[in-house]
Structures are given as C-alpha cells and as structure tokens.
Design a protein around this ligand. Sequence first.
Ligand SMILES: CC(C)(COP(=O)(O)OP(=O)(O)OC[C@H]1O[C@@H](n2cnc3c(N)ncnc32)[C@H](O)[C@@H]1OP(=O)(O)O)[C@@H](O)C(=O)NCCC(=O)NCCS
Length: 273
Amino acid sequence: MAVTDAPLILKLSVDDAIAGLALSSEAHWNQTEEDWRIFLRDGIVFGIRDGMRLVATAALLPYSGNNAWISMVLVSGTHRRRGLATRLVDACLETARKNGLTSWLDATPDGAAVYGPLGFTPTLQLRRLKLTRPGRAELPPSSSATLEELAERDRRATGFDRTALLSAFAQRAGSLIVAANGAIALVRDGRTARHIGPLLADNAAAALVLVDQITRSETSPLLLDAVASQAAFMDGLTASGWTIERPFQRMRFGPATAAGEDMPFAVAGPEFG
Ligand SMILES: CC(C)(COP(=O)(O)OP(=O)(O)OC[C@H]1O[C@@H](n2cnc3c(N)ncnc32)[C@H](O)[C@@H]1OP(=O)(O)O)[C@@H](O)C(=O)NCCC(=O)NCCS
C-alpha cells in the first residue's frame, strides 16, 4: 500500500476473528479469539487490509443507555504513522454520532496520542497489574455467587447493563465468578494470562481478600486493571507481589451519560471498560 493511497475502510465479519487475533497478538495483548468474536458479533469492527492481510482495526461495542465502547484500535507495526488509526477511530465516532451514542475508551499511552486530538477528554485512570507467579494450586474458593449478582453490582459501578457480556464471559471454559465478604469478581482466560475483572467490593480490604483467595488457586500469570484512585487496593496488591505494567487513561467523546454509583476496584478490561 503506497503512503498516498486512501485506504478502504471495511466492516469486518466473524470470519476475521483469527486475523484480528494476529494483530492483537502482535501488540502482545491478551485477547482471545472468543474476545474478537464478541466485537465482531455484537459490535461493529472496522478494518483496513493491505492485499489480503488485515493491518488495522477499531471496534465499537454498543452498551446500554446510549453508550458505546471503542477498542481494539490496532495498527500493525509495518503500517503505523500513516493515519490509519485516526481514520478507523473516526469511522467509529461517525457511527456513534449517527446513533446518538457517547463513546468511551481506555487508552494506552500511544492510543491517547491519537484520541486527544480527535476530541476525547480524559476521565479516570487505570493501572494494569500483573502477578507472574501466583498461588499454590489450591482448590478455587467455593462461592455461591451468581451471574445476576455480578451483573447488578457491575451495573451499579459502570452505569451500563452488561448482563449479556458478563454472561458470555461466564459461560467460557475456565471462567469463575467468586465472591466473599461483599466482594465479587469474574476470572477468565486470556491469551497469555488469566484476567480478574470486573471486581466490585464494599472496601479495599474485602477486594484484597478476594484477590488473595483467587490467586491461591491459580497457577498461570494473572492480570487485572485496577482503578488508580483505589489507592489502598493498589498498595495492597503491590505489597503482595503484583507489579504495575502500564497505565490506561479512560476517555470520553460526547456528553456525559449516567455514571455508576460505586467505584469498581478492577474493570472488565480496557477493551470492554
Ligand atoms: C496507537 C496506534 C493504534 C496508532 O496507530 P497509527 O495508525 O500509527 O496512528 P495514526 O497514524 O493515526 O497517528 C495519528 C497521530 O497520533 C499521534 N501518534 C500516533 N502514534 C504515536 C506514538 N506511538 N507516539 C506518539 N504519538 C503518536 C501522532 O500525533 C500521529 O500523527 P503524526 O503521525 O502525524 O505525528 C498504533 O501505534 C498501535 O497499534 N499501537 C499498539 C496498540 C495500541 O496501543 N493501541 C491503542 C489502544 S488504546
């Protein structure tokens, strides 16, 4: 593709899941093919190909209450700094505008450089934390927590009804919903690490006890995306061996919509909010 070519923006289909996975894997992201299928099936994924190869993507996932999440903004290393991400995010914003949706995203530092000039404004800060060597392969914590409880708690925290998304996560092999002392979390498989989130709790102590219970039964590396303002939670995690990998900046484009009443401790993931 010559630099001067105007790239054709395509709407991708579920048949593009493997090609999408190649792009997110190139960026060392943790998404699985199942994650890509959620965006391709329930959202709109725009893409640009160079010949047969998918080289750039951006996804818009509609949420309740006139909201949408933008994510999977990925450009192959061979095609960066040609305006492809800007064009694809513009396509997402145009779709959101036509449908009257406020767009949200969690930006990597590279992504924030693209979104700021497009008119996104920063909201809260997140931190990606990793635990490379978790537990002792104990039995998973027993829990009678239900998907309904998780979805209701998540709705109070985010302001979005994400029952369908959380249900899709919960149905996957390897997923767990765990709860203790008023804290509740979902654990799911990722490409290279298991992911804890969303994690909702009454206080940092309860959130930390639940993370500790989860880590004891896990043998793979673990990730979670903590809300940075939950300082006691972050301090407790770093004191128990978790390391901060990178920041994410939550950003919004469009009018403020209904905000959640409770602040989560960890979000579902930057790609889902
Ligand atoms: C971030 C990413 C999507 C940008 O894709 P891209 O097609 O190169 O971005 P664009 O060409 O549209 O960049 C538009 C502007 O954003 C800024 N920008 C883009 N990448 C930047 C970077 N790495 N550092 C600083 N500024 C950057 C520049 O101002 C650029 O304009 P310029 O090239 O005229 O200076 C790409 O680097 C990528 O896939 N990174 C890895 C995955 C990632 O972090 N995705 C974002 C998730 S939120």
